[in-house]
Design a protein around this ligand. Structure first.
Ligand code: FAD
Length: 340
């Protein structure tokens, strides 16, 4: 690992002020050069991996962990639940205020291992870089790193995207994002002047067809300060299910969050179905949502919605196996939310 300077930030704005650019990726052909790359560190799990692999060579690392209050979880005056960006996954899994958002608590509980969840933070989880093995290889100058080729299309693509993969076939790595998007979460960003801006988390993530070189709309000089979850409507129920190759600390090959609102007769009034490990961003299955509206939640409607969730899927050479897995996981997530 190359030597770097270490800075402790003591406020959101101070941290944002030190960030000249959040992207210090080393590129193999040397075309993209950043003069003063500074990166922020939360838990450091992904950041240090990238630095050790030689993919990231920042001149300065700014530690966010000393910022007072940035890990707090609290209900705001408007009823929204504010999740501080440095709240750990373990805390999100266990905090009583998070439990009504069952799909989120489950997503946090099912990600990685207990040791990782004790260190990994909400902000870091949402902004971790893609797990694609070509992106993570110093020997592959892939399209996302400024090259010409997405090696996944002609290569080992069994864990890659089945939707929206024009130009790059990564899947979004964050399990928490799947649940947060289903709840209509908003992301709060703070800049060096202390000015906050908010956007829908769903819109914060960027598809490769829009910009191949970034996964999100984090701007230079900004940090993520919090995630805001809207107050739950009466009758809202949720579930998150993750299917991986093995039960312990494995990445999902498919994960699904379902948030349903039903009336007193059990008829679905609102549905939000989001697929993780399916696309370069959390994938909203709108056709599945529409299929459920005005209907009771039962085996038949869940099955129809699960089929609809795969509308537009375009599997690659080695990942068509994901289609029946997603169909089963969507159906089960809808039934689990309906029974919650
Ligand atoms: C074996 C293993 C299994 C795993 N399984 C899963 C899984 O199933 N699901 C899952 O979701 N994840 C999984 N992970 C990934 C893990 O959850 C992430 O690496 C972790 O959440 C990153 O959080 P962090 O706080 O350590 O981030 P860091 O490594 O500190 O940061 C990650 C990135 O975000 C940026 N960043 C961090 N915080 C902020 C902020 N507040 N504002 C602006 N930029 C910021 C950093 O600059 C960096 O680019 C797994 C990891 C391992 C090693």
């Amino acid at each position: 690992m190359k030597p770097f300077e270490w800075t402790e930030a003591n406020s959101n704005a101070a941290a944002a002020g030190t960030v000249t650019i959040a992207d210090a990726m080393v590129v193999t052909n040397g075309q993209r050069k950043v003069s003063d790359p500074t990166v922020v560190k939360a838990g450091g799990l992904d950041l240090l991996d990238l630095m050790k692999e030689g993919l990231l060579q920042p001149r300065r690392v700014v530690n966010l962990r000393g910022i007072a209050g940035i890990d707090q979880i609290a209900v705001q005056d408007d009823g929204a639940l504010r999740l501080g960006a440095l709240a750990t996954l373990a805390r999100l899994a266990a905090d009583p205020l998070v439990q009504p958002y069952a799909a989120l608590a489950d997503a946090a509980r099912s990600a990685a291992s207990p040791q990782i969840r004790n260190v990994a933070t909400l902000g870091g989880n949402l902004l971790q870089r893609p797990r694609c093995w070509y992106f993570r290889s110093i020997h592959h100058h892939c399209a996302r790193k400024g090259g010409e080729t997405c090696f996944a299309f002609g290569g080992e693509n069994q864990y890659h995207a089945i939707f929206d993969h024009r130009g790059c076939a990564i899947v979004h790595p964050s399990t928490l994002a799947t649940a947060l998007v289903a709840f209509g979460a908003r992301i709060e960003l703070t800049n060096a002047q202390g000015i906050r801006r908010e956007s829908a988390l769903e819109e914060f993530f960027v598809l490769p067809s829009k910009d191949l070189h970034r996964e999100n709309d984090l701007r230079a000089g900004e940090i993520v300060s919090a995630i805001l979850l809207p107050r739950l409507s009466p009758g809202a129920r949720s579930a998150h299910l993750k299917q991986a190759e093995k039960d312990s600390f494995d990445w999902p090959v498919a994960d699904v969050a379902a948030v349903l609102e039903t009336d007193a007769r059990g008829v679905c009034r609102r549905a939000s179905i989001v697929l993780g490990a399916a696309a370069p961003v959390p994938h909203r299955a709108r056709a599945a949502e529409t299929t459920l509206l005005g209907k009771p939640i039962n085996e038949e409607t869940a099955r129809a919605a699960a089929r609809a969730a795969l509308n537009g899927a375009a599997p690659l050479t080695r990942n068509a196996y994901k289609l029946p897995i997603f169909e089963a996981v969507v159906r089960r997530a809808i039934l689990a939310a309906g029974a919650a």
